[in-house]
Design a binder for this molecule. Structure first.
Ligand code: BGC
Length: 758
């Protein structure tokens, strides 16, 4: 069997270029003459969406019957690496069974705004959490010798004008917020393929962005797989080849391939880039062929059960006043809401799974023989209040001890392809919740939604569960949590703001025309709300349990480390309640003093631990340079500023149980590049600059009446210029002021600069 390199050498230019785009919607091409076969790719990321030749990428046409797992908005809320790995392994097996070589996911763009139509498919507002979960999901799929395609690379955080919009993101923000999850997917996840996004990044389409696809992805992160385009994302195919875009999907009917042939023939494109693209694709496909196992069984019933079991771990209990939950078998229960019968459990678009079975909440209650009365309450078809449905719901509520209202976002409110314009659930649902709460104080709301919603009724609900989009066995998962068969342990992977106007990019989300400037910089999600000390509905990382936990004994392995060393942090967590439960122990790091704007604290570690009543476990974390660093735009690298850092451990970004501090010392010296316009303050902050300038400073100070002769200064002069003013004026003065104010010659100034910069 020839190696991919040898095969490339045997191909004509036309044959090679024909491989640079897909054969159809879901297949890559082969070269029959040489026995090179194409492969099939199919959408994920929360199941397998395998289509026949009636292909489309918008979720319009049917695909094979399959199993829908919790969407990423939900699975990430589990904060459970093993859980997403399990989803990955199961999808990997399904792909083996169906002979699909690459599952198109995970989708790991950052939730910059709650409005993004695709947030349900994305993981978090936090890059560390998204990266951690992505790595396990990827490793799960790839452990079955099926590739993933990590998407949408990069800065594809809105659906509005998604194929033309230019995401304008500054270097530091890109590195700290929008790239790290992709970095983890490449470096630790070892993803087989990446999918470039539709949008432009800082003026260049991702599909022809050399810096992104080659310099960073391959050069810095060591990615050795291939990059495919999002469906129809190619603008200039000839430019894309040397930039690192290996495969155009779905295809351009051979037109772009012909342009590449022509560019090579005319000497505008070096053929070696074409060879590289083809070799990279063949190498990955061979990995699949070497381990293809179509005999892998696919037990859909078993996967349906699994989907429900995993979904229960993703439910986030947000309120539980007076321990209204868990429900008891004998509770006189009214269930209200069309969603209880017709659940929304996945999002619309390319990830849409054609489920072989769906279990609604009512199905699950019936299967368990639970007693309840049901009222539809509202219609999902319109926002209008239906008087008859409302009356029926109020009658049911009045006759019950507890009322469970299932509410949320209908399909039309959020989907791939467009963004939301507001954060509201339909008006008839809001009105219904308020009306029901007015006749029965024991209201529990269960939400189905892919991203945060405003909750004007939140104070009237005693119980509240964020159910997200939990996959096709949603009903069983909901029931297990409602009745306490599973103790809820999900935590919010995003902040729930009070209102849209509070969100970090409210003023500029969506952009003007085709330009979307990421004005809020690194202050995305809780990084923004915490910095502004803003009130939020529910903070990042928050979620309740039917038990309680206590933290103690926070121990750091050192008081001081170098940035080349690691710090071990351990903490004891005890289940102080009466039932077993799982706590998500979260570790945040904050730089006490920084010369750049930094968030108050950032997630740098989390562990989910299961504890029996009364049980204590010690949880440990290892922090390294990246845990403390910010992206320094002078050295274009991660940099830790020497100083004190807070290590905060707790159960959410706003519920910090224990805090300790560590000093981290930088081993990196940022080279000084001062010139005559550099100000004294900056020069004095540099050790070398300070040494050289000390004498010169004295000269300057006396020129302003400070320093020597101070005692002779008149009272009027002292009033006119205080010591603080004197100091501030000195601080902000450029070096060239020495020429104007203290008779230093240009030559002397240059000599000083030479010494400092040497
Ligand atoms: C989506 C991708 C998807 C592809 C194929 C595109 O419209 O953005 O996420 O994988 O279609 O269906």
């Amino acid at each position: 069997m020839p190696t991919p390199k040898e095969l490339v050498a045997m191909m004509t230019l036309e044959e090679k270029c024909s491989l640079l785009s897909g054969a159809d919607f879901w297949h890559t091409r082969g070269v029959e003459r040489l026995g090179v076969k194409g492969v099939m790719v199919s959408d994920g990321p929360h199941g397998l969406r395998k289509q026949d030749d009636q292909g489309d990428h918008l979720g319009i046409n049917d695909s094979i019957k399959a199993v829908c797992f919790p969407a990423a908005c939900a699975s990430t809320a589990s904060f459970d690496r093993a859980l997403v790995r399990k989803i990955g392994e199961t999808i990997g097996d399904q792909c083996q069974h169906e002979q699909v070589a690459v599952n198109l996911g995970p989708a790991i763009n950052i939730k910059r705004s709650p409005l993004c139509g695709r947030n349900f498919e994305y993981m978090s507002e936090d890059p560390y959490l998204a990266g951690e979960m992505a790595v396990d999901l990827i490793q799960g799929v790839q452990s079955k010798n099926i590739g993933v395609s990590v998407k949408h690379f990069a800065a594809n955080d809105q659906e509005h004008r998604r194929m033309s919009s230019d995401s304008v993101v500054d270097e530091r923000t890109l590195r700290e917020i929008y790239l790290p999850a992709f970095e983890a997917a490449a470096k630790r996840g070892k993803a087989w393929t990446f999918m470039c996004s539709y949008n432009k990044l800082n003026g260049e389409y991702a599909s022809q962005h050399k810096w992104l696809l080659t310099d960073v992805l391959r050069g810095e992160w060591g990615f050795d797989g291939y990059v495919m385009s999002d469906w129809g994302a190619v603008s200039d195919r000839v430019k894309g080849v040397p930039a690192g875009l290996d495969l155009e999907m779905p295809s351009s009917g051979g037109q772009n391939d012909a342009l590449v042939v022509q560019a090579v023939r005319e000497g505008r494109l070096d053929e070696k880039y074409v060879d590289l693209c083809v070799e990279r694709m063949l190498t990955i496909h061979q990995r699949y062929f070497d381990h293809a196992k179509p005999e892998t069984p696919w037990d859909q019933e078993a996967d349906h059960e699994l989907a429900g079991k995993l979904a229960a771990e993703c439910m986030v209990l947000l309120k539980n006043e007076g321990n209204i939950l868990p429900l008891k078998k004998g509770d006189k229960l009214a269930v209200i809401g069309e969603f209880a019968k017709k659940p929304r459990f996945q999002g619309g678009g390319s990830s849409h799974i054609n489920c072989f079975k769906v279990t609604s909440l009512l199905d699950a209650l019936d299967a368990a023989g639970d007693a309840y009365t049901y009222a539809q309450g509202y219609s999902l078809k319109s926002e209008d209040i239906d008087a008859a449905l409302t009356q029926e719901a109020l009658d049911a509520a009045k006759a019950a001890e507890k009322v469970l209202i299932v509410a949320g976002l209908p399909d039309s409110f959020e989907s791939e392809g467009y963004d939301r314009t507001h954060m509201r659930i339909p008006a008839n649902q809001n009105a219904l919740i308020e009306a029901v709460a007015a006749v029965n104080p024991n209201v529990i709301v269960l939400l189905y939604n892919g991203s945060p919603v405003e909750m004007p009724w939140v104070d009237q609900a005693k119980g509240l569960i964020e159910g997200y989009l939990a996959g096709q066995n949603v009903g069983a998962a909901n029931r297990a949590v409602l009745f306490g068969e599973v103790n809820p342990s999900g935590r919010l992977p995003e902040t729930m703001p009070r209102r849209l106007e509070d969100t970090p990019c409210y003023l500029s989300y969506g952009g003007e025309g085709n330009t979307a400037v990421y004005n809020e910089g690194v202050f995305v999600g809780y990084r923004y709300y915490d910095k502004k000390k803003m009130d939020v509905l529910f903070p990042f990382g928050f979620g309740l349990s039917y038990t309680t936990f206590a933290y103690s004994n926070l121990v750091l392995s050192a008081e001081k480390i170098l940035d080349t060393e690691t710090l071990t942090v351990s903490v004891d967590v005890k289940n102080t309640g009466k039932v077993a439960g799982k706590e998500v122990v979260q570790l945040y790091v904050g730089d006490r003093e920084s010369s750049v704007f930094r968030p108050v604290r950032e997630l740098k570690g989390f562990e989910k631990v299961e504890l029996a009543p009364g049980e204590t476990k010690t949880v440990s974390f290892t922090l390294d340079k990246r845990s403390f660093a910010y992206w320094n735009t002078e050295i274009h690298d991660w940099y830790v500023e020497t100083g004190l850092f807070d290590i905060a451990v707790g159960s959410s970004s706003r519920d910090i149980a224990l805090c300790a501090a560590v000093t981290v010392e930088s081993t990196v010296c940022i080279p000084a590049h001062f010139d005559e316009n550099s100000i004294f303050m900056d020069i004095m902050a540099n050790p070398k600059g300070a040494a050289v300038m000390k004498a010169a400073m004295q000269q300057m100070q006396s020129a302003f009446g400070g320093g020597e002769g101070e005692e002779n200064k008149s009272e009027a002069a002292s009033e006119a210029i205080s010591d603080e003013m004197n100091m501030a004026m000195m601080n902000y003065m450029p070096l060239r002021a020495m020429v104007s104010f203290s008779g230093v010659s240009r030559e002397q100034l240059q000599a000083l600069l030479d010494q400092i910069n040497a």
